[in-house]
Write a protein of this length. Structure first.
Ligand code: ADP
Ligand code: ZN
Length: 864
């Protein structure tokens, strides 16, 4: 039979070798189209696949090309639109990943179907098996006699077996007989069979299948099913219904009460949910009313994330109220909305100082976007760190919002995705991966806090949500807005080269002044005899803030009690046994312990130095726990909330801390960068930075930019409303340009200095930088892989195309007992180096996988 169409299917089987679609026949009557998930058999397993295209069947079908059919279609609408498929194709090309990896990043986990193959004996095998058993028992009871009779019976059975290609039942290998016996009548999975018969069973299975003795059966279901609820309907008008109610008052009081409640719930206008009424579809009154033709019943899908949204919108109260825009805001909005109409990609950089009302501009731009019938995506650095933002959006836009939040259940996330796909939700807000939301008619992408590193995914595929946003804006001919108080050098390079428009909000709302900043040189403090963690300026700042009844934020970008423990006698530092990093000291109610912040290794603090045996172990490098202890000791009556990774592990605890501080349940919010981001506390009048140096010390070409950004953000938390803000930065490097520029609220001077340095050293954004990283338990293999990559690349690329740095140990040379070697490549044109990088990577990674190691290629890496 000649197939009508051949579908190209990306199968959900995770190996690099399968990075291409496979051909399947679309059987008559199977409604498979591009973008649908389908069930196919691949090798010996059944798996989910994604239809990515079609091709006409060849004119003459070759014998060796027996295509398998698509077994079933798993969706009633395509879940990957033409746009999303094109985007996945682009992802594979830009980030050197497989199509499957791209699709899996785009789709929520709940769309991955579970398939389990099971094996079962055929009727014929059962027949055979029963006979064998009979023979065995007959043989046991009497060896000589009865041969004739049984032999006759055997002959007739053998005829049945002829159909299966078996001429002599006794010729069945013992192993296959054992397989049949084990299977019996009950289906078993491959895993169960292996557990009982050993791995050789995988060799016998195909044989038994080809003999027609065993067949595969399978079960398949979505990890998360759609939820349906029963709804009651009616064809009657409200007058007719009222008459039906009256007729039942005496005769059928239960039906009477039910109908009355249904009427009150608006049954005449729309279907009413059975569960919302608190009745069951099987209740006698319900059934009787359906029977007499008054009611009908339908099943409708309910979206699980909507309940969560309504709760949030209720809780957020008036936070989303629309504001009259300031002149600056109007101007910014104008730049964005004008770009909405141009039908081509436009990038707008919205540079607004902290508290200048950027969020209000985003929301009114979204209004404009919705008015012309289009949808919007709002990206935030980390959704769980921005509860206030989410509240403002749900409060303003209600059920047209879909929040892509990791705190939602798999079902809620899936339903949110479906609401977006169906066009029911048209404002999507979420972190990095929300950029993949299946919005129908995209009109605007907002990237809030555009400078944040979290927009770059740090695992395969190493995509950058900002690049994806621009790809989609290009596809839809629309706008990307990059909002920030400290635009990244990448964003500003776009402005300077004419690839983006710049619009600014230079003033805070209500013209409240930027906070006054004092930079304290901690060397001077020490000289004048102050050995405390707190400079005199920070102490008096905090004290007057508290006296005035305001709140304060204290910031230090390091968690734990102290960065490391060191022997004062011999200089030995306690290291993690699995990683090349020092263990961090933690102090809890039950005592001290050491912990590795990478692999979670835990150890007790030794009394004596493991190297020299002296009792001289001392903590060095202050962490948030130590700051908390000292604040308590100095000012026992102040109420302190500490917010860092260690106090926010429990789900919802982060949100809870923010609300407690918002309510005024604490005087001081102390923490790591979590306290710096996206929060708006009107009563905060003082911000203290314990040390600006922790951030400057990071060995990364972005360390200065990160320091400037974080300082700007955290200082911006002070004096946002009525209170005037005061801030103190403590540092050992008071002359550093990143510290000084942040202290003077002078983005321009920071930008000019940083730009000079980046240009001089060929760093991004003036060159793109990609990073190859190989890891292996054996140092030589990791090193060898990096060296090979370097060689392969140098063979393909001339120095004019790219600078390939020598293979070298990465910043942390060993993590979780795996050695890490890297190669850094710098170039100005991705297109010129792309195929060379892809080839070199393919060569090395194939080999590395066979050797039990890993390697990754981080294109346009946000690190070095
Ligand atoms: P940003 O995002 O730039 O840090 P926000 O959008 O959070 O600033 O605005 C800071 C505060 O000012 C918020 O409380 C917000 O409600 C308020 N706000 C913003 N725009 C206006 C406006 N036009 N009039 C009055 N208040 C405003
Ligand atoms: Zn470790």
């Amino acid at each position: 039979m000649k197939p009508t169409l051949i579908a190209k299917v990306v199968v959900d089987v995770r190996t690099k070798a399968l990075n291409r679609p496979f051909d399947y026949v679309v059987p008559e009557g199977v409604k498979a189209d591009t973008g649908y998930r389908v069930l196919v058999s691949f090798g010996r397993q059944l798996t989910q696949g994604y239809v990515v295209g079609f091709e006409a069947p060849p004119q003459t079908e070759r014998e060796d090309r027996k295509l398998k059919p698509i077994l079933s279609v798993l969706d009633d609408q395509p879940i990957l639109s033409a746009e999303l498929l094109a985007m996945c194709n682009w992802l594979t090309d830009r980030y050197v990943c497989t199509m499957l990896e791209a699709i899996q990043s785009v789709l929520p986990g709940a769309f991955r179907t579970v398939t389990r193959d099971k094996y079962v004996c055929t009727q014929k095998a059962l027949h055979q098996w029963l006979r064998d058993e009979r023979e065995a028992t007959a043989g046991d009871s009497d060896e000589g006699d009865g041969d004739g009779g049984d032999g006759d019976g055997g002959d007739s059975d053998a005829e049945v077996n002829d159909n299966t290609g078996l001429h002599d039942a006794n010729a069945l290998p013992a192993a296959i007989l054992q397989l049949l016996r084990t299977l019996g009548r009950k289906p078993l999975s491959a895993e169960q069979l292996i557990a009982r018969l050993g791995p050789e069973v995988m060799l016998q299975l195909p044989q038994a299948i080809s003999l027609g003795l065993v067949t595969e059966v399978f079960t398949q279901r979505d990890k998360v099913n759609d939820r349906f609820e029963a709804f009651l309907t009616t064809d009657l008008s409200s007058e007719q219904l009222a008459a039906e109610v009256l007729r039942r008052e005496r005769r059928a009081p239960k039906q009477y009460r039910l109908l009355q409640r249904l009427l009150q719930s608006g049954l005449a206008e729309r279907p009413v949910s059975v569960s919302a009424l608190g009745v069951r579809p099987s209740d006698a009154a319900v059934q009787a009313l359906i029977h007499s033709g008054v009611l009908g019943m339908t099943q409708e899908q309910v979206f699980r994330d909507e309940a969560w949204l309504s709760q949030l919108a209720l809780a957020s109260g008036g936070k989303g109220a629309k504001r009259e825009l300031t002149d600056w805001q109007k101007r910014a909005l104008g730049v964005i909305t004008r770009s909405l109409d141009t039908k081509q990609k436009q990038v707008v950089v919205l540079h607004g100082v902290t508290g200048s009302g950027k969020t209000e501009v985003y929301m009114q731009a979204i209004d404009a976007c919705l008015t012309v019938g289009r949808s919007a995506i709002v990206l935030v650095p980390e959704i769980s760190l921005t509860p206030q933002m989410v509240e403002r959006f749900t409060s303003r836009f209600g059920q047209t919002v879909a929040v892509m939040h990791s705190a939602l259940s798999a079902g809620e996330r899936k339903d949110g995705w479906v609401r977006v796909l169906q066009g029911l939700a048209r404002v999507v807000i979420g972190a990095r991966s929300a950029v993949f939301a299946p919005v129908v008619n995209l009109g605007l992408v907002v990237v809030d806090e555009e400078h944040e590193p979290s927009y770059k995914q740090e695992e395969t595929p190493f995509y950058d949500a900002r690049e994806v946003a621009e790809w989609r804006a290009n596809y839809h001919g629309t706008v990307v807005v990059y909002g920030s108080a400290t635009p990244s050098l990448e964003a500003m390079a776009k402005v300077e080269s004419g690839r983006a428009l710049l619009t600014t909000l230079p003033e805070r709302i209500n013209q409240s002044p930027m906070p006054a900043v004092e930079v304290v040189d901690m060397r001077e403090e020490l000289k004048s005899g102050n050995r405390s963690l707190f400079s005199r300026a920070l102490q008096s700042g905090l004290e007057s803030c508290m006296e005035a009844g305001h709140q304060a934020i204290v910031f230090l970008n390091r968690r734990g009690y102290s960065a490391f423990v060191l022997c004062r006698n011999c200089g030995e530092r306690i290291q993690c046994p699995n990683c090349d990093i020092s263990l961090t000291l933690h102090r809890g109610q039950s005592g001290d312990w050491l912990s590795c912040h990478y692999c979670q290794y835990r150890a007790d603090v030794p009394d004596t130095c493991p190297a020299c045996g002296e009792q001289a172990m001392r903590p060095f490098g202050i962490g948030t726990e130590q700051v908390e202890e000292h604040l308590h000791r100095n000012w026992p009556h102040w109420r302190i909330l500490r917010m860092d990774v260690d106090t926010t592990r429990r789900k919802g605890s982060h949100h809870e801390l923010i609300h407690r501080f918002e309510r005024g349940d604490a005087d001081i919010l102390l923490g790591t960068q979590m306290v710096a981001k996206g929060l708006d506390f009107p009563n905060v009048a003082f911000v203290g930075v314990i040390s600006a140096d922790t951030m400057l010390a990071v060995p990364d070409y972005r360390a200065n930019e990160r320091t400037f950004n974080l300082l700007t953000q955290v200082l911006g938390r002070a004096g946002r409303a009525e209170t005037t803000g005061l801030t103190v930065i403590q540092t050992y490097r008071p002359d550093h340009y990143a510290v000084l520029a942040a202290a003077h609220h002078d983005y321009g001077s920071f930008y000019r200095r940083e730009k000079e340095l980046r240009e001089a050293f060929d760093y991004p954004p003036y060159q793109e930088l990609s990073l190859f990283l190989a890891t292996h338990a054996q140092v030589n293999i990791a090193k060898g892989a990096a060296a090979r990559f370097e060689r392969e690349l140098k063979r393909r690329l001339s120095p004019a195309d790219a600078t390939v740095l020598s293979a070298s140990p990465s910043g942390i040379g060993r993590l979780e007992n795996r050695f890490r070697y890297q190669v850094v490549v710098k170039y100005s044109q991705w297109e010129t180096v792309k195929s060379s990088l892809q080839e070199a990577y393919a060569i090395v990674s194939d080999k590395m996988v066979r050797l039990g190691g890993t390697c990754v290629l981080d294109v346009n890496a946000g690190r070095m």
